[in-house]
Design a protein. Structure first.
Length: 380
């Protein structure tokens, strides 16, 4: 385990020749904290204790040689960040290649030129710092991607629950009005019957609750509306997905985005819409060699249109008519909410969504949104 010593500035020298160790201390003592060992076993112990940023490792030593020690360092080093420079009097290509095969980062021959050694150590120190920074950035981005994915799933669930709550409440309103009206009539006919009066009062209270919920749902959609440019939404979502290096390096993405008019809407609705469809493409290409994702947009006959195509596993014909139904999923760990939410969003804006797919060839989701239609009153 590394000590509290600053590992960014620790240089470990492993050499059985005292003169070489003294020379390394003389050259590097100022910018680095130099520690040294006269054999491989002692050097390996220091390596595990201090996690040095650079190791100068002599190849020819009594006991285990530098190649063996280098290999053991790579096996035991949890971070894999330390830079190992093998030092030897030999300069044969076979020895150099053997060093690289053992996990060495570079090879320098003795007697070495001081300026060359200083330059190599300096370069590898900077490289290590850059790799550490990049690793920290990647870890932060991976956490952000995980958090965003969890938020997306939660948003789907809450949107679905909220939408269907409004539907259920809306369906309750008619029978409640019937109960209210008839209890009022009965109470007039039998004014002394307090039970009828209480039924009428309870029905009126329920009617007020229903009206309040429906008004809230309408107000929620009508607030925070603004001009939406679908091309910008797509570009932002792709940028977000590319924060995940697995997506960025595994899937070849391309876009053909034509000039589009904006339309009035709630931006988050369309962020969720595009994110859901991209995530479906990612899941579909999980086992595809050379996966691709193509997103096209166009403006046609008063509609903003979008096509999202992947070359993934495809969707069975018998499943295609059900994939927009809530709780229906073809994924092992799917929720069955994402595509249902997409359909509800688009229909609320007067749009529509469809799919074309072929097994083992790929899938295209396509949707359209009218630009001359105002925001729907409620997603229901």
């Amino acid at each position: 385990m590394a000590t509290m010593m600053d590992s960014k500035h620790i240089l470990l020298v492993i050499d059985d020749e005292p003169g070489n160790r003294r020379l390394a201390h003389h050259i590097f003592d100022q910018p680095y904290h130099v520690i040294s060992a006269n054999d491989g076993a002692a050097g390996l112990k220091l390596f595990l204790q201090h996690a040095p940023c650079v190791v100068l490792l002599d190849v020819i030593m009594p006991g285990e040689d530098g190649y063996t020690i280098c290999r053991r360092m790579r096996e035991l080093d949890e971070t894999g960040l330390s830079k190992i420079l093998l030092v030897s009097g030999k300069a044969m290509i076979d020895e150099v290649l053997q060093g690289y095969a053992c996990g060495a980062d570079d090879y320098i021959t003795k007697p070495f030129i001081r300026q060359e050694l200083e330059a190599k150590v300096s370069v590898f120190t900077k490289l290590l710092h850059a790799e550490k920074s990049l690793r920290n950035i990647n870890q932060t981005l991976e956490k952000e991607v995980k958090t965003r994915t969890e938020q997306l799933l939660q948003a789907e669930k809450m949107a679905f629950i909220g939408t269907h709550t409004a539907q259920i409440v809306h369906n309750l309103s008619n029978p409640l009005h019937v109960i209210s009206l008839n209890s009022k009539i009965l109470h007039k006919q039998y004014p002394d019957d307090q039970s009828l009066f209480h039924i009428y009062q309870a029905a009126e209270e329920l009617n007020q609750i229903v009206d309040s919920i429906l008004s809230s749902a309408r107000a929620d959609l009508q607030s925070h509306t603004e001009d939406v440019d679908l091309n910008i939404v797509i570009e932002k979502q792709l940028q977000f997905f590319k924060l995940d290096k697995k997506f960025a390096y595994r899937i070849k993405t391309s876009t053909e985005l034509m000039l589009l008019p904006s339309f009035l809407g709630v931006p988050n609705h369309f962020n969720q819409l595009i994110a859901n469809l991209i995530k479906n493409a990612v899941d579909a290409t999980n086992k595809t060699q050379n996966p691709t994702l193509l997103i096209k947009t166009q403006f046609h006959h008063g509609f903003v249109e979008c096509l999202i195509t992947d070359n993934g596993c495809g969707i069975r014909h018998q499943d295609q008519e059900h994939i927009f139904e809530a709780m229906f999923t073809t994924k092992q760990h799917g929720t069955g909410l994402g595509l249902a939410y997409c359909k509800q969003i688009l229909e609320a804006y007067g749009g529509a969504i469809g799919v074309q797919s072929e097994i083992n060839k790929g899938t295209t989701f396509f949707f359209k949104i009218p630009v001359n239609k105002s925001v729907a009153i409620a997603i229901a």
